[in-house]
Ligand binder design. Sequence first.
Ligand code: AMP
Length: 219
Amino acid sequence: MRLVLLGPPGAGKGTQAKRLEQRYGIVQIATGDMLRAEVAAGSPIGLKAKAVMEAGQLVSDAILIAMLEARIARPDCARGFILDGFPRTVKQAEALDAMLAQHRMRLDAVIELQVNDAALVERIAGRFTCKTCGEGYHDTFKPPKTAGTCDRCGGHEFTRRPDDTRETVAARLVAYHNQTAPILPYYAATGRLMSVDGMVEMDQVTTALVAILDQLPAG
Ligand code: AMP
C-alpha cells in the first residue's frame, strides 16, 4: 500500500502515519525527520537545509526529490509506505508520480487531514517529544501523566523542535497555503484525493483513515 498523507503542519500526519505503519506493516517516510537527521549529522544537505527549516520555508525540490527517490528504493519500502511531509509542491508531486511510474507503481491513496489554521498554531506551539523513545506530547492536550516522565519509556529528557515557535509556525502555514495546498487540486483532478476531518480526537481520525484504507482494492 502506497499512501500520501497531506495536510498543514500540525494536522496530525506524523501521529497518524505511525499508527498506520504499525497496523499495515508499511513504513512511514517523514521527510522532515530525514532532514532533521541530516542537520544533526552536519551533512552537506543538513548544512543547506538548517537555516531554511528554521525560517519555516521549504527546502529545494531538487534536494527533496533526490532524497525521496533514494529512500523509496530501499528494501523496507517493498511492502509499501506512507509519505508524511512529501510532496510539498506540485513539482514534487509530479516527480513522485514519474518515479513510481518508472517502477510500474502508483499511489493507492492520497488523504488530506483537514484542520483549521487557528487550531494548528495551538497544537504546534505546545508540542514536545521524548528524547529516548520519540513519544509525542503536548503542554495542554497531552501532558505526560507524571510531569517530566515519559509515559511510554520512563525517560526524563524531552525535546522541542526549533521550528515549533509561534513565529515559525506562521511562516510554515504561509508556505503550506502558497506552495503545498496547490497539490490538492493536482490530486483531485485525477480522482485520487480523499479527505478526513483532522479536528476530531486522534483515535477518531485513525478510525476514519482505516475505514478508507480497508476499502482499497488489495495489491
Ligand atoms: P515537517 O517535519 O514535515 O514539518 O518538516 C519540517 C521542515 O522540513 C519544513 O518546514 C521544511 O523546511 C522541511 N521539509 C520537510 N519536507 C519537505 C519537503 N517535502 N519539501 C521541502 N521542504 C521540506
